[in-house]
Design a protein around this ligand. Structure first.
Ligand code: SF4
Length: 400
């Protein structure tokens, strides 16, 4: 039975290749941990301790809490922790976490805004009985406010604050909302609460039943795309800097390998030589294309000025061909409907309409339709892989 979580699906959407490395191929790697994830984990553990103590009728003092945080920071710190951002040390990150906890404590003390009924609550459920995958996740803190009212709290230690609309569209807590409704039938009113701890900001949102049904459909079709993917191509983004698989990723392995070469070795490396030759050819072609267009324009100008349709050259004659073109209303044009009705009424529709193969191809690749229809289409879909070079200009010396 396949298991999916929102973070697993987010990984796929950010980069299918990273998804394949992490969840399918699992190559042995030297394990690194990002400092941001390390700090986030320690802050989560500290808030978990806070609410565990509160459950046992004990509110720890701020000093006790900071002592706990600093203690687990020191105990868990290891030399495989990776700091990507230049100019910052682990101490900077430790201090950010401590400040976040301090502000949270001051903001919510004495913590009497409801009953915390679960910490790190595992959620695991199917959208429906026939579903062949299970969704799962963990709720940081689940609160009961009485009369069927619940709150799902999530702690974030991200250094960026999303725009407000993000909270009305976020899938993670909405998915927990769906799961909670299945697991707690008395849950009539569920509020989603995000704590952006670094900014001491709280955001709230709710989902309607229609929105939750839409989310389930969206996730099911995304899982269809994941399960239909046979390529798992890399998708380059800023996140590559934090990716555990960068050294073995096909999008980066040649760049990483050649970065360590001397300037001489770099110039002589076969791949580098091929790219440099290809760039020179493309630049020449572009220059020629621009010159070709310029000369074409001059020939048209000449033919009009001299009122001639055939211009003599040494080995060729340029025939100035005049095409009479015609256009019909585009799909956005209000007259388009009228045109289509005319064609149908005149019985010419079958002759003039045809299957929109590019729309069909794009829908098939995105697995846009129900699986039954997709399975029937599969018989006609001929898979073809083509590879072509597409040049991108380097932005910095790092990519040399
Ligand atoms: S390095 Fe970038 S492109 Fe490669 S797997 Fe990681 S995220 Fe994807």
């Amino acid at each position: 039975m396949a298991l999916y979580s929102i973070s697993k699906l987010n990984t796929y959407e950010n980069c299918p290749r990273q998804y394949a490395f992490r969840y399918i191929e699992k190559p042995p790697l030297e394990e690194f941990e990002g400092i941001e994830a390390f700090m986030g984990l320690r802050v989560h553990e500290t808030l978990e301790k806070l609410y565990k103590d509160i459950k046992l009728c004990k509110i720890p003092s701020p000093d006790e809490l900071f002592g706990f945080y600093n203690d687990i920071w020191a105990k868990n710190y290891h030399d495989k922790i990776h700091i990507v951002k230049q100019g910052y040390t682990s101490e900077n990150y430790r201090a950010v976490g401590e400040k976040a906890i301090r502000e949270y404590y001051a903001h919510y003390h004495p913590f009497e805004d409801g009953k915390s009924i679960g910490l790190e609550v595992p959620i695991s459920f199917k959208f429906d009985e026939g579903s062949d995958f299970t969704m799962r996740g963990f709720i940081d803190r689940l609160m009961y406010k009485g009369d069927g009212r619940y709150e799902i709290h999530d702690y974030k230690t991200s250094g960026t604050l999303p725009l407000h609309k993000h909270f009305d569209e976020d899938r993670q807590l909405a998915l927990y909302n769906l799961g909670l409704k299945k697991l707690y039938p008395d849950a009539e009113d569920i509020e989603l609460v995000w704590h952006y701890l670094v900014f001491d900001k709280e955001f709230r949102s709710r989902r309607t039943n229609e929105q939750l049904a839409g989310l389930a459909d969206q996730i099911s079709s995304l899982i269809g795309v994941v399960e239909g993917d046979r390529e798992f191509n890399p998708s380059i983004s800023n996140l590559c800097e934090w990716c555990d698989y960068k050294s073995i990723c096909p999008a980066w392995n040649h760049i990483t390998k050649t970065e360590s070469l001397s300037p001489r070795e770099f110039k002589d490396e076969d791949g580098v030589k091929l790219v440099d030759t290809y760039v020179r050819i493309c630049e020449r072609q572009n220059l020629l294309k621009a010159r070709e267009q310029r000369v074409k324009d001059l020939l048209i100008e000449y033919s009009l000025k001299k009122n001639t349709t055939r211009i003599n050259g040494t080995t060729h004659i340029a025939n100035m061909v005049r095409d009479q073109d015609v256009t019909f209303p585009s799909p956005e044009n209000p007259e388009r409907g009228e045109l289509e009705s005319l064609i149908r009424n005149e019985g010419k529709w079958d002759e003039l309409s045809q299957l929109a193969t590019s729309t069909l191809k794009s829908g098939y690749k995105k697995r846009k339709w129900p699986s039954e229809f997709m399975a029937k289409l599969q018989r006609f879909a001929i898979g073809k892989v083509s590879i072509r070079p597409r040049l991108t200009r380097k932005r910095s010396d790092n990519e040399r």
